[in-house]
Design a protein. Structure first.
Length: 204
């Protein structure tokens, strides 16, 4: 593979799309190869853990878990990239909804107001690990219960922090954004490019 090749510790199609957008080739290192396998990283917020500390910890632990996998498999040495995204309403961490009812509750709590979206990126090679955090602000218009019900019924809330996808149908709910659009999608490209360059990845 080229000198721009890395390992990506994520199954997210959005992160794959964003890496391709900036010309980075990669190989997926899945952290959970089957649904019945235990999670490699505990994504449960710890008592007293702030949202900023939470996303940083999870991104670092994802990267470290992927490094361990590449070592066990005796894969070629390359930088490993991992990321984590969370939505924050006031001080509450809104992760991925457990079901449709949880997604509807999250969306109702975001309607008609602003919230923060934090994405942490971690890149490691050898024993060195570097991180960056991107913070963006997103404002939703007021939503009716029927609008929320119809949106959740599309399935787009599944596996999305905060229960929505900025690049999907939820774009019709958003009145204003400040910050990194790619960060809200799940991988802030400016911060990611900076980290990859510091680990010897040649970018166009």
């Amino acid at each position: 593979m080229s000198d721009k090749s890395i390992y990506l510790a994520s199954r997210s199609p959005r992160r794959r799309e964003l890496l391709r957008q900036i010309g980075v080739s990669f190989e997926i290192v899945p952290l959970r190869e089957a649904p019945r396998h235990p999670a490699d990283v505990d994504e449960t917020p710890r008592t007293g853990e702030t949202a900023d500390a939470y996303v940083l910890r999870v991104a670092r632990e994802k990267a470290q878990a992927a490094v361990a996998i590449t070592s066990v498999r005796r894969l070629a040495l390359r930088p490993v990239l991992a990321a984590d995204t969370t939505v924050v309403r006031d001080d509450a961490i809104l992760g991925k909804p457990a079901n449709a009812a949880a997604a509807a509750t999250m969306l109702a709590s975001l309607a008609g107001r602003g919230h923060r979206v934090l994405t942490a990126v971690a890149v490691t090679s050898g024993n060195e690990i570097e991180t960056r955090v991107s913070e963006s602000q997103v404002w939703f218009r007021a939503l009716t219960p029927e609008e929320i019900r119809r949106y959740v019924a599309t399935g787009e809330s599944t596996d999305k922090a905060g229960g929505y996808a900025v690049q999907g149908r939820a774009a019709a709910f958003i009145t204003r954004i400040e910050g990194s659009y790619s960060g809200i999608m799940g991988l802030p490209l400016a911060e990611t490019a900076e980290l990859l360059r510091s680990h010897g990845i040649c970018l166009p």
